[in-house]
Write a protein that binds this ligand. Structure first.
Ligand code: NAP
Length: 258
């Protein structure tokens, strides 16, 4: 399918690996020039080189996107963008009683206020130019809470509320904002969560994965490529009537009718 976005420019955050890279890869394949970021320069530059293989321009900015300095640096490098994909690492797991105010502020900064800051920075230009696409990578925990990820549940649900109202205020200017909600995908994040299950249950990695596969009707983890393909569709010309939606990519794991 021709996504109709060749020659557009995208800022994809936290994109040297995992889901962010999956989104960057599918946008690059559609002919979109990219600005990407991650904290660690080596893997970021390697990712940028791979993405240049699609024949698009790629600018790589090594920074922490959850800091004000990082956001300023990335936004300065990006300039006027047509597409924004927000993403950052997820908060650590724990028990509801583990976290104090500082932990919540950190999670809110990373997974709620960072995407909001980036959206506020790019929205005026998109609205003026009459076209824009924003996709926020959130989590299935927005639809169905994951008990051990209370910080994530809280921060991402806050972002979802902001998007719900904002998406409807900017849609008339040709700008769409939607959220993609990953279930378990085969990335470093999943590997680290597998590690937690191995440790807690004293089982091997294969056993931990098999146990988690069994909780997913599709019987497997998702891939970063298929996640990226859904993101690229939401960023396409064809998706202009999809506004303020929360789209689950979880292999059927969330047991809900709607
Ligand atoms: P991942 O494989 O660990 O990749 C994370 C990417 O983000 C890396 O490129 C990392 O590079 C970069 N990054 C992390 N923190 C950053 C920061 N503060 N500033 C800039 N770049 C940063 O993670 P993932 O699985 O793709 O997950 C992406 C998001 O989706 C996370 O918020 C995660 O919680 C959420 N999620 C994932 C799953 C899943 O199953 N994979 C499920 C639900 C939700 P550096 O480390 O070099 O910065």
């Amino acid at each position: 399918m021709d996504l109709g976005i060749k020659g557009k420019k995208a800022l994809v955050c936290a994109a040297s690996k995992g889901l962010g890279y999956g989104c960057a890869g599918q946008l690059a394949e559609a002919g979109v020039d990219l600005v990407i970021c991650a904290r660690t320069d080596g893997p970021l530059q390697e990712a940028a080189d791979r993405l240049r293989g699609f024949g698009v321009k790629v600018t790589a900015v090594a920074c922490d996107i959850t800091t004000q300095e990082g956001q300023a640096e990335v936004l300065a490098a990006a300039g006027d963008v047509d597409i924004l994909v927000t993403n950052a690492g997820g908060p650590p797991p724990g028990l509801w009683s583990d976290w104090d105010r500082d932990d919540f502020i950190k999670a809110l900064d990373a997974n709620m206020l960072t995407p909001i800051t980036l959206m506020k920075a790019v929205l005026p230009g998109m609205m003026e130019r009459g076209w824009g696409r924003i996709v926020n990578i959130t989590s299935q925990s927005v639809k169905a809470p994951i008990p051990a990820l209370g910080l994530s549940n809280a921060a991402r649900t806050g972002l979802t509320g902001y998007v719900a109202g904002t998406a409807r205020q900017v849609a008339g200017k040709g700008v769409t904002i939607n959220n993609l909600l990953p279930g378990i995908h085969d990335t470093d994040r999943a590997t680290s969560l597998d590690g937690g299950v191995m440790k807690a249950k004293g089982i091997s990695r294969d056993e931990a994965r098999a146990q988690r596969f069994a909780t997913i009707p599709a019987g497997r983890y998702g891939t970063a490529e298929e996640f990226g393909a859904a993101c690229a569709f939401l960023c396409s010309q064809n998706a202009g009537f999809i506004v303020g939606q929360n789209i689950l990519l979880d292999g059927g794991a969330t047991n809900a009718t709607i």
